[in-house]
Design a protein around this ligand. Structure first.
Ligand code: ZN
Length: 412
């Protein structure tokens, strides 16, 4: 009983830590201080210096390739500018301004971005909820990912004339709470020639406005805008930055991190997509395994064991680690803490189904088996014997509801 209680406490503690700490695998509430952004130390320093030396240019163009973190840097910079208790090397993260920034709900923070207008009066504001979700889930957002949050069909994304007027209107008000009113315009490449209507506010801004444009392709930006903004060039991330981030923040092994860092070519958006892809295939495999065990289908279990034994040691470890975290998410659902669960929709659906066939004690037993297996894989256990043994244990737990000694079965 004590062990079970400790297990549930640990799940809760993990979940809470994850929500409050950026450095974890599941991107939900991303905080956006400088320290949470991968690499780019020189840029961060330069940006903070503009504030310290009181030379914040009111119209700046953050130009960086996809996955460099340029959008995240713009948000962190705006948060720093508005912070009520600036620290030497970052915003404080706790003042009232920072707290609103962290949810992207500060009344003096505005966003503009490409979208698919269904109606000619649609503006970026129509999609602000989706925007907040998308950015907070992944600050290394790409247009493709953003498209997924919108009902895109095959329409062309752009920043329309209604939106340009909206931008002008937003920037004409005085700030409500902060010294600065900030507008972050993502992908000015998607401004048509209507973008020229913005020139006046760039040239003759209202006092205390900060207009940050975040772009990827210099060639596709209206020259009139280019010539009127201060350029902040943001380089692609380095191989080492990405590798280190994958190991520290996303719990990848050195080998896996090196591989993804190499393939991603300095693009964190790409690296995160690869990571997710890997998880996706583990998800299917893991759920298949549980199903086979639950149904006690001997021959198919043996086939799975064969397949798993050929994954290679690093993949086996990642697979088991995926399983452990998936089971934890199931436990959170069972414990009524659904709001702490961060799974993609299809995985969430499976997790919900899982809660109908197991309880927390069973989940703990499975999780323990997976932990043990992970330990043994690291120590070069024979993978066939190992996965067969774990499968038998899971069959006992799931199918026959027999829990290993030391755990207590609590009936539903
Ligand atoms: Zn602050």
């Amino acid at each position: 009983m004590c062990r079970l209680f400790a297990f549930v406490c640990k799940i809760y503690a993990d979940a809470f830590r994850r929500v409050s700490d950026f450095s974890n695998l599941i991107p939900n509430l991303h905080q956006m201080q400088f320290k949470h952004i991968i690499g780019q130390e020189a840029i961060k320093q330069r940006l903070m210096n503009t504030v310290k030396e009181n030379r914040v240019s009111h119209a700046q163009l953050f130009l960086g390739p996809e996955g460099s973190g340029s959008l995240a840097l713009a948000v962190a910079y705006a948060q720093y500018v508005s912070c009520e208790d600036k620290q030497p090397d970052d915003s404080c993260g706790v003042c009232s301004s920072c707290r609103k920034y962290q949810k992207l709900v500060h009344p003096d923070l505005h966003f503009s971005y490409p979208f698919f207008a269904k109606d000619k009066n649609d503006t970026a504001l129509t999609f602000i909820e989706q925007w907040r979700d998308a950015f907070l889930a992944n600050p290394y957002l790409s247009l493709d990912l953003w498209r997924g949050y919108l009902d895109a069909e095959n329409k062309q994304a752009n920043i329309n004339i209604a939106e340009c007027h909206q931008v002008i209107k937003k920037l004409s008000f005085k700030p409500f709470e902060s010294v600065y009113k900030v507008l972050i315009l993502w992908l000015p490449e998607y401004l048509d020639k209507e973008g020229n209507s913005l020139l006046k506010i760039i040239e003759e801004p209202q006092p205390n406005t900060l207009f940050l444009l975040v772009a990827q392709n210099q060639d596709q930006i209206l020259n009139t805008i280019l010539s009127r903004t201060q350029l902040v060039k943001i380089p692609a991330l380095t191989y080492d930055d990405i590798k280190q981030a994958l190991m520290e923040n996303y719990h990848q092994t050195e080998l896996a991190a090196s591989e993804i860092a190499y393939l991603s070519n300095g693009n964190m958006t790409e690296a995160l997509a690869m990571l997710q892809e890997e998880n996706k295939s583990f998800h299917a495999l893991f759920v298949q395994w549980l199903r086979l065990c639950y149904a006690n289908r001997g021959p198919e279990v043996i086939a799975f064991v064969d397949q798993a034994s050929k994954l290679g040691r690093e993949n086996q470890k990642n697979f088991l680690r995926y399983g452990i975290s998936f089971i934890r998410e199931c436990c959170l659902l069972m414990a009524g803490a659904g709001s702490l669960v961060h799974l993609p929709p299809n995985e969430l659906e499976t997790a919900q189904k899982m809660t109908n066939v197991m309880d927390i004690a069973q989940a703990q037993a499975i999780s323990d088996e997976l932990e043990k297996a992970h330990y043994h894989v690291e120590r070069n256990a024979n993978p066939k014997i190992l996965f067969l043994d774990v499968s038998l244990q899971i069959i006992k737990v799931l199918k026959f509801k027999t829990l290993p000694k030391g755990t207590l079965y609590i009936p539903n």
